[in-house]
Design a binder for this molecule. Structure first.
Ligand code: UFG
Length: 334
């Protein structure tokens, strides 16, 4: 059985990808330091997939931790999620972001090289495109960073591009991942006051937060609010399976956007969520947020051509699954 290592595999996107890989017939090992994942995620994954989940608690900043995983397991490929991901925090702690995201990647690559494992899928982000009017964005658009977080993603891509021909690398540029697993057993564990839109709306829906602030209604968009390309986390997880399969089958590297190609405004999301949870959601118009762009949407064709990837789930599916998760409607989908 082909064995895949998921660094950061207990996190939001990692845990969904774990399930998608298991379903596709892979053997999967999770490596996570649980700095941004709940300790019971492996147990929930175990309930869902019906077998023991291989978990190693360790840190990508600790070379020995990583080397130990490759000594203990016969790994064929790696999906590297383990990284810090908050844009605002990266501005406060740039060195920490560079240390974790770039240093962690370098440690991992060194351990992979020593173990002779040279297939890696890398979590990148639409943030590498910077502030651009070109929408939807094709992959050959120049990269530019607007935050230390974005810098670490560009640096990661560039490091991977320097590797020799015996490496096969999948660079996946995520747009806005939202939603939760259909079982509502795993999902995003949001901060007390979330920075991102859907987790914030979810907390308004559950009554934990009073009202949403809509950051700007004077953008050049149909309703004046910011437009983004939201992608269901289960679709995103499937993208990782296709990326890894492609690396294993072809040994060719690829860089692709993972989005739907469709834009939704903040008010579209509020409306779809209100429908999903069956209640009106309170919001007010607030000033624009620093650093936000009007529109950010993916050109999805390359992922379709090169990997056969196509996002299937709608904005309504994203909101319904998020609501089921935050309101505790657990379902057994075994
Ligand atoms: N928004 C609000 N109110 C909120 C939160 C967000 O109106 O309380 C709006 C934003 O202004 C934006 C949209 O909702 O128009 C989406 O905002 P998010 O914070 O959910 O997502 P972003 O598009 O800003 O950021 C995401 C990822 C980043 C990544 C970035 C660019 O969270 O990691 O996309 O790729 F860097």
């Amino acid at each position: 059985m082909v064995k895949i290592l998921l660094t950061g595999g207990a996190g939001y996107i990692g845990s969904h990808t774990y399930l998608a890989l298991v379903q596709a017939g892979f053997d999967v090992v999770i490596f996570d330091n649980f700095s941004n994942a709940k300790e019971d995620v492996p147990l929930r994954l175990q309930d869902l997939c019906g077998h023991t989940v291989d978990v190693v608690k360790g840190d990508v900043l600790d070379r020995r931790d990583i080397a130990d995983v490759f000594n203990a397991h016969d790994i064929d490929g790696v999906v590297h999620f383990a990284a810090k991901k908050a844009v605002g925090e990266s501005v406060e702690q740039p060195l920490d972001y560079i240390h974790t995201n770039v240093g962690g990647l370098l440690n991992l690559l060194a351990a992979m090289d020593d173990a002779g494992v040279r297939r890696i899928v890398f979590s990148s982000s639409a943030t590498v495109y910077g502030d651009t009017d070109v929408q939807p964005i094709p992959e050959d658009h120049p990269r530019a960073y607007t935050s230390p977080y974005a810098y670490t993603k560009i640096a990661g891509e560039q490091i991977l591009e320097q590797l020799s021909d015996d490496w096969a690398v999948g660079i996946l540029r995520y747009f806005n991942p939202v939603g939760a697993h259909q079982s509502a057993m795993i999902g995003e564990d949001a901060e007390d006051i979330p920075n991102n839109l859907m987790p914030y709306i979810a907390k308004v829906a559950t009554g934990q937060l009073e009202e949403l602030s809509v950051f700007g209604d004077d953008y050049a968009t149909p309703d004046g609010t910011g437009v983004r390309d939201y992608i269901h986390v289960e679709d995103l997880a499937d993208g990782h399976v296709l990326s890894m399969k492609s690396l294993l089958e072809t040994n060719q590297s690829h860089t692709v956007n993972l989005g739907t190609g469709e834009g939704s405004s903040v008010l579209d999301v509020v409306g779809a969520y209100a429908e999903a949870c069956g209640q009106d959601l309170k919001y007010k118009i607030a000033p624009r947020r620093d650093g936000d762009v009007a529109v950010l949407t993916a050109r999805p064709d390359k992922a379709k051509q090169e990997l056969g990837f196509e996002a299937k789930r709608s904005l309504s599916d994203m909101c319904k699954s998020s609501w089921a998760w935050v309101s505790g409607q657990r379902r057994n989908v075994k």
